[in-house]
Design a protein around this ligand. Structure first.
Ligand SMILES: [Zn+2]
Length: 116
């Protein structure tokens, strides 16, 4: 797993109302801080996203991620509500405390979490 510490993109995104500690894109985990200073739960969460992205491909991941986001945003008009209901996020949040999760994870496990 490749890490980008003190990422410029995260610093720029944090100048908007967004508050980002880490994000995963195309096999790299971008961090606001150094790897040493980043919470291991956050790293585990991002590793789950890296596996999701690898299994569906980056383009499809982004399409499904934002499709899910806007579907829930239209219903709730809440950014936070829509974000937490994204099926990729549901899988990551529900398993980020389990450091062995990726060893036993089922293929496309996020698909089971699609909320209508
Ligand atoms: Zn996430």
């Amino acid at each position: 797993m490749k890490f980008v510490e003190k990422s410029l993109i995260i610093r720029l995104l944090n100048k908007t109302p967004m508050r980002i500690i880490a994000m995963t894109f195309n096999g790299k985990i971008y961090l606001k801080d150094t790897l040493e200073k980043t919470n291991s739960i956050t790293i585990n969460h991002e590793k789950i996203h890296a596996v999701q992205q690898a299994e569906v491909g980056m383009t499809r991941f982004l399409y499904l991620y934002f499709k899910d986001f806007f579907k829930h945003w239209i219903k709730s008009h809440s950014w936070a509500n829509a974000y937490y209901k994204i099926s990729f996020e549901q899988e990551a949040y529900q398993n980020q405390y389990n450091f062995k999760y990726l060893e036993t994870r089922r293929h496309r496990a996020w698909e089971r979490r699609v909320i209508k």
